[in-house]
Design a protein. Structure first.
Lengths: 145, 145
DNA sequence: ATTGAAATTGCGCGTTG
DNA sequence: CAACGCGCAATTTCAAT
C-alpha cells in the first residue's frame, strides 16, 4: 500500500461514488490505472465494500445506545457472536478490555423498544447483565462509519 | 418514506455502487424512477452520502478503542465538539446518558499511540478524565458490501 | 429515446527486481 | 527475463435530459 493508494482510499471514503476519472485527475493517474488499483484493493481486502450512509430515522429508528454486555461465566466468544447476530437491532458489537465483556451499538424505535431489546437479549442465556448508555446527540462524525 | 424507498436504501447500504438499472429491476421500477427517488432521498437527508468501507489496517491503524470522556464542570457541548474535531484519531463521538459525558470511538497505530492520544486530549482542557475500553475483536458488523 | 459520460477491456510500453 | 503497473484507444454500459 503506497501513498497514492492511501490517497485513493481517502477520496473514496469521502465520496464512494466518485468517478475513476475524477480520482485519476486528483492523484495524477489515468482512469484505468485507478480502476485497476481499486479492483486490487478490493481483492486484497483493503476496501471492504461501498455503502450508502443512511439516516437511521428513515427506518424509524429514533433511539441509539451503547450497551455493555456481561457474559455468564464460561461463555465462548463464538456463542455470543451467534446469539448477537440474531438481533437485528445491533449495528456493531465489539469484544473489549475492561469491566464489560463486550459493547454493542444498537438502534431501536424508542426507549421502550430498547428496554424490550435488552430483555430479549438476556433470554439467550449468554448475557447475564447489561449497562446502557443512550446516545443523546452526535458530537462528531467522520463519515467513515 | 414508503416500503420501496426502504428497499432501495437497503440495497444501497449493501452496495453503494449499484447501478440504477440493477436497483430498478429488483424493486420493479424503471431506472429513471429509481434515480428520481434517490435524488429525493439525498435532498431529504435520508441518504447522507456514499462511502467506501476501508480496512483500518490499510492506514496503519491497528488499535481501536472506545474512550469514555468526563468533562470539566460547566463545559459547553459545542466547545467539546470543536475540540474533538481537531483529533483525527476520533472516528465518531456521541454525547451519552449515564456515568460518562461522552464516548469517542478512536483509531490509533498501537497502544502507545492510544496513550499519547489520551494525553493530548486532556491538554485541550474540556476533558478532565477518560476511561478506555480497547477493542479486542469485532463480534458483529452489520453494514458491508 | 437520444446524447454524452463513465466504466471496462485489450494491447504494447517502460520500469523494476 | 519475468512480473508489474502504466497509458492509450476501442467498446460497452450507464447516466442525464
Amino acid at each position: 500500500m503506497d501513498d497514492v493508494g492511501r490517497q485513493i482510499l481517502a477520496l473514496l471514503t469521502e465520496d464512494g461514488r466518485r468517478s475513476y476519472d475524477d480520482i485519476a485527475r486528483r492523484v495524477s493517474l489515468s482512469a484505468p490505472a485507478v480502476k485497476r488499483r481499486i479492483d486490487r484493493m478490493r481483492a486484497d481486502g483493503a476496501i471492504r465494500g461501498f455503502s450508502a450512509i443512511v439516516d437511521p430515522e428513515a427506518f424509524g429508528w429514533r433511539t441509539e445506545a451503547l450497551v455493555e454486555l456481561f457474559y455468564a461465566p464460561g461463555t465462548q466468544l463464538h456463542e455470543v457472536a451467534a446469539s448477537l447476530s440474531r438481533h437485528p437491532e445491533i449495528v456493531e458489537a465489539w469484544s473489549v478490555t475492561g469491566d464489560a465483556d463486550a459493547i454493542a451499538r444498537v438502534r431501536t424505535v424508542d426507549n421502550a423498544d430498547l428496554e424490550r431489546f435488552i430483555a430479549d437479549l438476556q433470554l439467550d442465556g449468554q448475557v447475564i447483565r447489561t449497562r446502557s448508555q443512550v446516545i443523546m446527540s452526535d458530537l462528531l462524525r467522520a463519515a467513515k462509519a
